[in-house]
Design a protein around this ligand. Sequence first.
Ligand code: PAF
Length: 286
Amino acid sequence: MINIIHTKSEMQAEVARWRDAGLSVALVPTMGSLHEGHLSLVQQAALQADRVVVSIYVNPSQFAENEDFDKYPRTLDDDVKKLEKTGQCHAVYAPSSMYDDQHSTMVVPAGAADGLESLTRPHFFTGVATIVLKLFQHVPAHIALFGEKDFQQLSVVRQMTQNLDLQIEIIGAATVRDTHGLAVSSRNHYLSADQLSIAPQLYQQLCIIAQRITQGDAQERVIADAQHALLNAGFDEVDYLEICDAVTLKPAQNNRQGPIRILAAVRLGKTRLIDNIALDQSDTLA
Ligand code: PAF
């Protein structure tokens, strides 16, 4: 049976007991509604640590007023069942709230947080960085795992960990895709059958971009063609489609050096999908 912990003091005490016994601890931060992507993080966490904690908390500070905070699926009982089936999760941390009424301090990241997601969701990384820092205090683990699907989030968390000298190692894990290539995401549940047939074309276009850039085609032409192809395929809007330095997330130059990441956010009806791939699939930042 997985231990379900609701309070900071109990969570910290449990981790302290494990650490005192010489056990290593991994944290997998989530907002619940667990899918294959989360379960693969748990699996990788279990390979790298003796104890695995999955946190489940829908963080209000990373949602803007017009976003889906109220609608976001809350499925704790199902999530715990899925985690129990893995046999690899030792505790679920499910606090009822992470902010008291007097909460007034936020972490405001720049650098990797600039551009891309922040163009349309300027509040987002402040909310993410603040909650992740708090989670690291509540679950003082040795390592924390984040999916590469949210590549900018992973970069922001790495940057914060380094900049603020946090005593935790950040591990990035490859995106899990369905058989059509669509990156697995909690928000895929919002897609209709028609939209589900369009959605995998986002990944296909990212692969075409990577192939053409590798062949030496000019970035501007390749991006313009891919944008056109996405709109033709039925996506309603392309929020961004960019070729970036994989570490700084600044736009990559045509005479690029070092690892490159291609990142995109698109809208399909009311649903916003994000995805990204490495230009060279052998580039992993884990
Ligand atoms: O990726 C998520 O599920 C969330 O942004 C995170 C990292 C759990 C913070 O709320």
